[in-house]
Design a binder for this molecule. Structure first.
Ligand SMILES: C[S@@+](CC[C@H](N)C(=O)[O-])C[C@H]1O[C@@H](n2cnc3c(N)ncnc32)[C@H](O)[C@@H]1O
Length: 205
């Protein structure tokens, strides 16, 4: 989906209970990593901050990155209303624009399938993590292409095989590579169509 689509969807994003439920599951799964208040973290594709706002209290600082200004504006409003002091939202495409800040944790929720050059993205994550830093990636397990509308633009992958992503991470110098199915989405809500979601975690050597 294009950033225009996400700009338009931003104000109603949190109104879909399945998104909020999924974000809760992803946040809880990421929170099983040894997070601490010394960690400087980054979230790629933060959207309205459903995952980031939940994890920020366990971290020193969180940079939330997105390529939809509409999503970032909703997140900024929440930051202001909730008087959150340790989240910095920024508009950036880390594959094409300058971004070199190093982090102790990088996480991402349901964003990878919107990024075409997945190998380049994983290499970027390796570059942007400090030694010993953690990576946590949540996305759809390979599906039949029915999760998004056929006309949707900017959907580059029908989910992923987490084992295959793990092989790329291993070649990029990650260790402790693990993946689990942490949730199954029913879409439309209550239907029999079910889409498993994985969380892949790894540690930079
Ligand atoms: C499906 S939404 C998920 C939002 C949020 N992570 C959540 O779980 O509710 C995908 C998000 O990724 C963002 N996105 C897409 N391509 C991106 C890119 N190249 N860099 C950063 N963000 C991107 C979109 O703007 C959108 O906010």
């Amino acid at each position: 989906m294009s950033s225009k689509h996400f700009d338009t969807a931003a104000s109603g994003w949190d109104k879909k209970s399945r998104r909020v439920q999924l974000a809760e599951k992803i946040s809880a799964a990421i929170a099983t990593l040894p997070l601490n208040k010394d960690m400087d973290a980054m979230e790629l594709g933060c959207g309205t901050g459903l995952v980031g706002i939940s994890l920020a209290p366990s971290l020193r600082h969180l940079t939330t990155i997105d390529t939809s200004q509409g999503m970032l504006d909703v997140l900024k409003e929440k930051i202001s209303q909730q008087q959150i002091t340790n989240i910095s939202p920024i508009y950036c495409d880390i594959l094409t624009e300058e971004y070199s800040k190093k982090h102790d944790l990088i996480f991402s929720s349901m964003t990878l399938h919107h990024i075409q050059e997945i190998n380049s993205l994983l290499h970027r994550f390796a570059d942007l993590l400090n030694p010993g830093g953690y990576l946590a990636l949540a996305d759809l397990v390979t599906e039949d292409g029915s999760f998004h509308d056929k006309e949707a633009k900017g959907v580059y992958h029908p989910g992923f095989d987490p084992q295959e992503l793990g092989k790329i991470l291993s070649a990029d110098g990650f260790t402790d590579i693990k993946s689990d199915i942490i949730h199954t989405i029913s879409k439309p809500e209550g239907s029999k169509n079910s889409y498993p979601v994985f969380l892949l975690t790894a540690r930079k050597k």
